[in-house]
Design a protein around this ligand. Structure first.
Ligand SMILES: Nc1ncnc2c1ncn2[C@@H]1O[C@H](COP(=O)(O)OP(=O)(O)OP(=O)(O)O)[C@@H](O)[C@H]1O
Length: 287
């Protein structure tokens, strides 16, 4: 099984350390790269697709440095950049034909047809890219990334702008692709990856905070999530001082607060909650 190893990867832009000694190993399956704005996700992905050179550290594919593999490595890649928005004057079909020619795709007509059906663009294939909605542009971007049957598929915020139905379709598609390729996708939205990702890589301030399966992440929160019915806003402020609040649920005649505490909370009348992914997000990314 093919393996991508990221070893001590560090990228600095002047004084800003965008990626800080990242060590991860990836093989076949879907990996969700999760982190707040500016965490370093795009920087990491651009290095994986060999568009940005690391300041130090290296990336190995099946034990060989990717810069040594060079074209051989690039031919294995599919990439959807975060700012995929160019080629506005192309029609969808023209654009995919153009990209297929650049990537030297064999039997490109059949492949383009297959991909347009997969992402649901058949009906609009004659439309100019500039005239498409954000979600449709994303779909064109996903299709072009898949043209060469990539072994490593890197998708930077692929679900940005997709509506709930499109997100669902996308999740199913990704789950299938992960059977045969290393799929890395970044998102801010944990629900995009919790069902399909074999592992979630949580990144903050350029560092990997944790890399684990969804089940393991939820397991780590067991016994740490609590609920309480509060009397007033003052009590919410008190809880906020001591603990991480996940959410405040306001009903017609009650207010419940969900919060995280690593030890038994020093408040009466709390109850334990089953951990959810929202708790995981707050635990790793909030102050
Ligand atoms: N070319 C660059 N020059 C200078 N600083 C940069 C450059 N690219 C990224 N950075 C900085 O590096 C940090 C990480 O940025 P990056 O785009 O990788 O984060 P991200 O997790 O992808 O964020 P977002 O979710 O907002 O896209 C940020 O502080 C960003 O401002």
């Amino acid at each position: 099984m093919s393996k991508l190893e990221i070893v001590g990867l560090t990228k600095a832009y002047g004084k800003k350390i965008a990626n800080d000694h990242i060590n991860i190993s990836l093989n076949c399956g879907v990996y969700g790269l999760l982190g707040p704005n500016g965490a370093g996700k795009t920087t990491l992905m651009r290095q994986i697709v060999a568009l940005t050179k690391p300041t130090s550290g290296e990336i190995l594919y099946d034990g060989q440095k990717i810069e040594v593999l060079d074209t051989k490595y690039r031919n294995l890649l599919g990439y959807l950049p975060q700012d995929f928005d160019a080629y506005g004057n192309f029609k969808i079909l023209e654009f995919l034909e153009y990209m297929a020619a650049l990537k030297d795709v064999k039997d490109s007509k059949a492949k383009i047809n297959e991909l347009m059906s997969l992402v649901g663009l058949q009906e609009v294939k004659g439309r100019k890219i500039a005239k498409l909605s954000g979600g449709m542009k994303r779909r064109v971007g996903i299709a072009q990334a898949l043209l060469n049957n990539p072994k490593i598929l890197v998708l930077d915020e692929p679900t940005a702008g997709l509506d709930p139905q499109e997100r669902n379709r996308f999740r199913n598609m990704i789950s299938n692709l992960g059977k045969e390729a290393i799929v890395i996708l970044s998102t801010h939205i944990i629900s995009d990856v919790e069902q399909v990702a074999k592992e979630i890589i949580m990144i903050k301030n350029g560092r990997v905070r944790i890399k684990a399966s969804g089940k393991e992440l939820l397991g780590k929160m067991a016994g740490k999530v609590f609920g309480i019915r509060v009397k007033d806003e003052e009590q919410i402020a008190e809880i906020n001082e001591k603990y991480k609040i996940v959410n405040v649920q306001r009903g017609a005649d009650y207010t419940n607060v969900r919060f995280i505490s690593h030890s038994k909370p020093e408040i009466v009348d709390v109850w334990k909650e089953e951990p959810m992914f929202e708790d995981v997000y707050i635990e790793y990314f909030e102050r």
